[in-house]
Structures are given as structure tokens and as C-alpha cells.
Design a protein around this ligand. Structure first.
Ligand SMILES: [Mg+2]
Length: 270
């Protein structure tokens, strides 16, 4: 019979190398824990509004938020309002939405405002995409403050591929429009932003001396590729990545955050 293990001894499925890196980064002066939300904190779901962080991930993340010299952040492709509606972030958690185009650094943060040219450009982009969605059953549009997103998750595979190809064909040469592909989404933004810039901004804003970032999608590669020596980048899932480490699923993100919490508390002596 296996003897009962205390929580402290519970074996993790994280690799020894990853645990070693967690131990190392937990001792940094000021730690930034920046997490993607969908597919990372939350399992992927068909309806974006149904996404919720796994309870263990949310609990460890909230506990990290309360530690001294530790900043937590969510960095998402979602618009900030949409991110808040599903993530219920702790009050002190910094938020980066729209892949970096929107930031919330606490009460009084300025809202993203588009100038007239960009507003007009965005309206034109929306008209193009409306035409494509009408002809492609199962696809739909989502409006963000600086972008329109074509979602194809609920469409048949061939319809999805054709819709994205049609959208690319009309939008990719248009000056001032920036396209981003994700997991069955194509986003057309009128503001240039990336999660790499988002993480750089968070690092500066928090005064972090080391950053942990985890994400599952192609847009997270921008952030993973722009981490600094001493940071810790983790890819969630089996797709191609430049990350140092890979874990398979959001359930392992919970283990990562719990390990980080345990080691950070040990390093801080709290
Ligand atoms: Mg994601």
C-alpha cells in the first residue's frame, strides 16, 4: 500500500528540470507571474463566455498575488472587458488585453481610444468581414476596441479555412491593418501590438527582476521569444514552440502555479 502523502510531498507531473527552474526563479528579488488565460488558466471551450480558470490555478494565482515582491498579470488576446468577465482577476492583478493594445495597471488607467482615421479603418475592416461571415455558416465576428475577430471554431473545417483565406486576401495588404492568427481565429487590428510588447511593458511597470510566462497559442510565441535570460517560459500544449519548457494541458498549469507558490513562499520565508 502507498502511504498517504502530505500536500508538501505530493508528486508532481512536472519534469525535474522545470521544477528546478521554478525553484531558481522563485528566489528572484521581484517576481512577475504573467499568464495567458484561454487554454492556459482555463481549458479551451467552444463558447468564449464559458471559459473559467481551473479552480486550483485560480487559487494559486490569487495566493501569489498576495505575496510581497510578487506581481501577477493576465495577458490575453481578449478585450479587457471580456477578460474580466471570465477571469475574475484578483484586484491587484495587472491586465493586458487585446494582445497588448489594452492595459490596466490599476484604478485610473486610461482607456484605449482610437483616433478618427483608425475608427474609420476599423469600420471598413468590419464591413469586409461581415460579407465573409454571411457566406460562411458557423463563423462569427467579435468586436474589440481596436480590432474585429473572425471566429471559426464552430464552422466546418473547410468553411473555416476558406473564410480565413478570404479574410486574409482582402485585409493583408491594407495599410494600418495587422492580422493575427490564433486557434481558429483571425484577428484584424488597427493597433500594432503583441504579447511580447505586453510582457515587456509589464516587466517595466512592475519592476520585475524575473518573469514567468505561460501560454498555449501561436500569439504567445511573441512573448516566449522575448523573455530575457533568467526568465521562465512555458508552452502549454503540443504545437511548435520556442519555449524552454512544455507542459501538456491547463491541469499542469495548476501544478506549475502551485509549485511556484510553494517555492516563492519558501524563498520569501513566509
Ligand atoms: Mg491562450
Amino acid at each position: 500500500m502507498t502511504p498517504e502523502l502530505s500536500p508538501e510531498q505530493t508528486p508532481l507531473s512536472l519534469s525535474p528540470d522545470l521544477l528546478e527552474s521554478v525553484r531558481g526563479i522563485a528566489a528572484t528579488e521581484h517576481l512577475l507571474v504573467a499568464m495567458d488565460f484561454d487554454g492556459t488558466m482555463s481549458p479551451l471551450v467552444d463558447h468564449a463566455a464559458d471559459a473559467r480558470a481551473l479552480p486550483r490555478s485560480a487559487a494559486a494565482f490569487a495566493a501569489l498575488t498576495e505575496l510581497p515582491r510578487t506581481t501577477t498579470a493576465l495577458i490575453s488576446g481578449r478585450a479587457l472587458d471580456s477578460l474580466r468577465a471570465v477571469a475574475f482577476p484578483p484586484e491587484k492583478t495587472l491586465l493586458v488585453g487585446s494582445h497588448g493594445a489594452e492595459v490596466w495597471m490599476g484604478p485610473g488607467s486610461a482607456k484605449l481610444e482610437l483616433d478618427d482615421d483608425r475608427r474609420e479603418l476599423l469600420a471598413g475592416v468590419r464591413r469586409e468581414l461581415e460579407g465573409i461571415v454571411e457566406a460562411a455558416p458557423g463563423t462569427l465576428l467579435e468586436d474589440k476596441p481596436a480590432a474585429v475577430v473572425l471566429h471559426t471554431r464552430l464552422a466546418a473545417d473547410d468553411v473555416a479555412v476558406d473564410a480565413v483565406a478570404a479574410a486574409r486576401a482582402v485585409l493583408q495588404q491594407r495599410p494600418g491593418v495587422f492580422l493575427k492568427s490564433g486557434n481558429r481565429v483571425l484577428e484584424a487590428s488597427v493597433v500594432h501590438a503583441s504579447k511580447g510588447e505586453g510582457v515587456a511593458f509589464l516587466r517595466q511597470a512592475s519592476g520585475a527582476t524575473a518573469t514567468v510566462f505561460a501560454g498555449d497559442d501561436t500569439t504567445d510565441e511573441d512573448a516566449l521569444a522575448n523573455l530575457l535570460p533568467g526568465d521562465l517560459g512555458v508552452k502549454v500544449g503540443l504545437d511548435f514552440t520556442q519555449a524552454q519548457f512544455r507542459i501538456e494541458a491547463p491541469a499542469h498549469v495548476a501544478e506549475l502555479l502551485e509549485a511556484l507558490l510553494r517555492e516563492r513562499k519558501r524563498a520569501l520565508g513566509v
